[in-house]
Design a protein around this ligand. Structure first.
Ligand SMILES: Cc1cc2nc3c(=O)[nH]c(=O)nc-3n(C[C@H](O)[C@H](O)[C@H](O)COP(=O)(O)O)c2cc1C
Length: 187
């Protein structure tokens, strides 16, 4: 069965990101055609990129890289849940993407941004660009969640009703594209 990973882009103590990740996970679990996993970059304690060789070679020196690579390799498609930090994605997310290469290739990606100003729009724009570099295929639908209107007191996630349909559309696109790309992954 197709397995979708929900990548939490924030590693910050006290982060709000996991609440959004669990919301995505719950919606994905309503579907019988996929399995879903939450992927917390923080659990891998990745240092700043420290592999001596290009990730394209897949010849990883460090155990932390091998563990991260195995996790990404086992997933068929992704939903990235990223906050906006200084008009881009968190450095920890960029670092985790940089660490591996082939493990991302020919897989689908959907994007959910959040932030205090523009719903993480600039972070998602940057992430779309980065995803292309590691041969992730981006779907069209994306979500933008606001700390001001989709959270209570900037801390408790309470998404506006309109996001529910958009989330289901995003999941449909990610799952459909993931399955369409399966021959390329095998090849
Ligand atoms: C270092 C830093 C930079 C930030 N820069 C932006 C920004 O450029 N635009 C924005 O909308 N929100 C920005 N924020 C607000 C975050 O999007 C908000 O704090 C969000 O809760 C962070 O996600 P997290 O709690 O899951 O880490 C920034 C927050 C931090 C910590």
């Amino acid at each position: 069965m197709t397995t979708i990973g929900i990548i939490l882009g924030s590693t910050r103590p006290g982060r709000v990101g996991p609440q959004i990740g669990e919301w995505v996970e719950k919606a994905a679990r309503e579907r019988a055609d996929v399995s879903v996993e939450l992927v917390d970059i923080a659990e891998y304690a990745l240092p700043l990129f420290d592999e001596p060789r290009s990730p394209r070679m897949g010849d990883y020196e460090h155990e932390h890289t091998r563990a991260w690579a195995a996790r990404i390799d086992a997933l068929d498609g992704f939903v990235f849940v990223t906050p906006e930090y200084n008009r881009s994605i968190p450095a920890a997310l960029k670092n985790a993407i940089d660490f591996v290469y082939n493990e991302w290739n020919n897989k689908a990606a959907g994007f959910i941004g959040y932030g205090s100003n523009v719903g993480g729009a600039r972070a998602v724009d940057h992430l779309r660009h980065i995803a292309g570099a590691v041969q992730l295929s981006a779907v069209h639908t994306q979500l933008h969640l606001s700390l001001q209107t989709d959270f209570e007191r900037y801390t408790t996630f309470a998404p506006a009703e309109r996001h529910e349909a958009a989330l289901r559309q995003l999941l449909t696109e990610v799952i459909t594209l993931t399955e369409a790309l399966a021959p390329m992954r095998r090849g």
